[in-house]
Design a protein around this ligand. Structure first.
Ligand SMILES: [Zn+2]
Length: 358
């Protein structure tokens, strides 16, 4: 028998919150579960070319104001506050654990990725921050280059299990262009990783494109394919940002035993039993599953720190496979170049920027 849940937070509630600092009230329901299946998802197509968004995307962006929100940590089940602050040109995305005595900065970069089990953990030494992928996806999808993210616990709030609350937060702050061009990662030779029936491939293209396919032997999912072709930020907001994470009821116990998903519930996860979706409100799209996988792909690619000009094809992917692609890109500099409209000093992928603001 499933416990009944009250919605902890919905996008519509967020939209009517009206305040730039809002918090999600926790009506604590019994935690249920969370899961990012280790099994399959496959192919869709997103992409973004040099101009991420129309003609104005060639400039770097940050947010205009400081904004914050409070939510639950998915794995810990504890409340956590996230504050996003504007940051100067070439800062990138920098996380700070404000609950630690020393405010160690964790810069989003390929070398900061410490774990991709169930979610993405970034770290610097022993200081880590987990479940960053949906915020990173929102930043990638909206083309935001520079931001400071302060968090007072070991993981970001899960919010409603999608990136929509983060999009709302970032939109509330306002996006501003900065006086420097965005560099672009242009793929020049294909890279491909295969693991049985799972694969991920990146190849040259004139814009950012994705074809993502998932395949689950489940009546509510089956095979789903989603394509993205040179998307703008409105495409991300409209078609991807609200897609929620999902998981299977049968996996709950094993996840709990492994210490995951204490904060998981029907308010932040689409849950499937053997036959159907358990959540009373149903799905936001019939193919919400593959849309969430594309959202996760954006978040995992975001650690590269640059918009990407390439076509990406994924068959039954997940965080681990996405990160294998990121590693392959880092390991094969002959397969790409970094285009810089401002012709500044050449840089690599683990670029160390100007010092983060104090
Ligand atoms: Zn996700």
């Amino acid at each position: 028998m499933l416990p009944r849940f009250n919605a902890e937070l919905s996008v519509s509630e967020l939209k009517t919150a009206g305040s730039r600092n809002f918090s999600t009230r926790h009506r604590t329901a019994q935690p249920l579960l969370f899961i990012e299946p280790t099994v399959a998802l496959v192919g869709t197509e997103p992409v973004c070319a040099v101009p991420w968004v129309g003609g104005d995307a060639v400039k770097q962006r940050t947010i205009a104001e400081t904004v914050s929100c409070i939510g639950t940590g998915l794995h810990s089940g504890q409340p956590v506050q996230l504050t996003l602050r504007p940051a100067p040109v070439d800062t990138g995305v920098v996380f700070t654990r404000t609950d630690r005595a020393h405010h160690t900065l964790i810069r989003m970069s390929p070398s900061a990725v410490q774990s991709t089990r169930r979610s993405t953990t970034l770290g610097y030494g022993e200081v880590t921050v987990s479940t960053v992928e949906h915020l990173c996806s929102a930043l990638f999808g909206l083309g935001i280059d520079n931001v400071r993210a302060d968090v007072d616990g070991p993981e970001l709030p899960i919010m409603d299990g999608s990136a929509a609350p983060f999009v709302y937060l970032l939109r509330s702050a306002g996006l501003v262009k900065q006086p420097a061009a965005r560099r672009v990662l242009r793929i020049q030779r294909p890279l491909e990783i295969r693991e049985g029936d799972r694969s991920i491939r990146i190849e040259p293209a004139r814009a950012f494109r994705v074809k993502y396919a998932v395949e689950f032997d489940h009546p509510a999912i089956g095979r789903q394919v989603f394509r993205v072709d040179a998307p703008d930020k409105e495409h991300f907001e409209r078609e991807l940002s609200a897609a929620r994470t999902f998981g299977f009821l049968r996996e709950v116990q094993s996840l709990r035993k492994a210490g995951f998903a204490r904060g998981g519930s029907l308010a932040n996860t689409v849950v499937l039993d053997e036959k159907q979706v358990v959540n009373a409100e149903g799905l936001r799209w019939p193919d919400e599953f593959v849309r969430h996988k594309v959202l996760d792909l954006y978040g995992d690619l975001a650690v590269l720190g640059l918009p990407i000009q390439a076509r990406i094809k994924v068959e039954r992917g997940g965080h681990a496979l996405h990160h294998r692609l990121v590693e392959a890109i880092v390991d094969h500099p002959e397969a790409w170049s970094i285009e810089d409209p401002d012709s500044r000093e050449p840089r690599g992928l683990d670029f160390v920027p100007a010092p983060a603001p104090a």
